[in-house]
Design a binder for this molecule. Structure first.
Ligand SMILES: [Zn+2]
Length: 277
């Protein structure tokens, strides 16, 4: 009995040891994944000295990611035809989608890079007509990646209000309820200025009678914010369209509380999508 009891105890402690190992392994794997994400974030930009032209492989990796993000905006119904555009920083250069070329036709040879002044330094295609908007964000905000679309619900909301009413706490993902930038002709420096003003303290905004723009540390983060913004616009339109009823709105305190929780959330788990559940 004693012997069996001892063996059970041994097995018990071995089992506990294995569980500890598994927990340690899982912890190490999680940490490893977080490291990969951090390295991936840095790889495209921060390892490149501002004074140097980024190496070709960094530009090629950035371009491949940019084309994939542009294709995703079409696949997910956020962009019809060539109406959206995307940019990403690699060192001091900005990779940007060209004007008038459907993104499913873009390949590695179409790589297009401009400097922060808008001078083309790689490629032969003409940059998107919204280049002033992209450059304004790369110069004057912490943006490393920018996604601009004419998504249906965002564009519809941009014709109705000056700010998206706070119907959902996910507004915290964008720094608060997204404002609508005053209308100016597409591609104009005035539109870029209006967008910068609307983005004060925000990572996304709507463009009156035009669409939406978001930015982030990575293409994935900028894309995710665009998708969340479009979803929130859709929710508000759905709720506001019920006859005789008006949506209940969150108070500034409730939004601030969500923003605080969102900050903690991002630091705790190191995830890069930045989306609270
Ligand atoms: Zn546009």
């Amino acid at each position: 009995m004693t012997h069996r009891g001892g063996r059970r105890q041994d097995e018990g402690s071995r089992g506990e040891g294995r569980r500890d190992e598994v927990r340690r392994d899982e912890g190490a794997r999680d940490e490893g994944r977080r490291d990969e994400v951090r390295q991936e974030r840095r790889r495209l930009a921060d390892d490149v000295s501002p004074d140097e032209t980024p190496p070709d492989d960094a530009l090629a990796a950035g371009w491949a990611a940019l084309v994939e993000t542009a294709r995703r905006t079409v696949r997910d119904g956020l962009v019809v035809g060539t109406s959206g555009n995307v940019s990403v920083r690699v060192g001091e250069l900005v990779l940007v989608t060209p004007t008038g070329v459907p993104c499913d036709r873009l390949g590695a040879d179409d790589l297009l890079a401009v400097d922060l002044g808008g001078r083309r330094v790689r490629g032969t295609l003409a940059p998107t007509s919204e280049l002033p908007l992209h450059l304004a964000l790369h110069r004057h905000t912490p943006a490393r990646a920018v996604v601009h679309t004419h998504a249906v619900h965002a564009t519809a909301v941009s014709t109705l209000v000056a700010e998206l009413p706070p119907v959902h706490y996910l507004a915290a993902v964008l720094g608060g309820p997204p404002r609508v930038a005053r209308y100016a002709r597409y591609g104009s420096p005035e539109l870029a200025r209006n967008v910068l003003a609307a983005l004060a303290g925000r990572t996304g905004c709507l463009l009156a009678n035009h669409g939406a723009v978001t930015y982030g540390d990575t293409l994935d983060q900028a894309y995710d914010r665009t998708a969340q913004l479009e979803w929130m616009c859709r929710v508000w339109l759905a709720a506001a369209s019920v006859p005789g009823r008006a949506p209940a709105l969150l108070t500034p305190d409730q939004l601030a509380e969500a923003a605080d929780a969102y900050q903690d959330y991002g630091q705790d788990n190191g995830r890069d999508s930045g989306r609270p559940e």
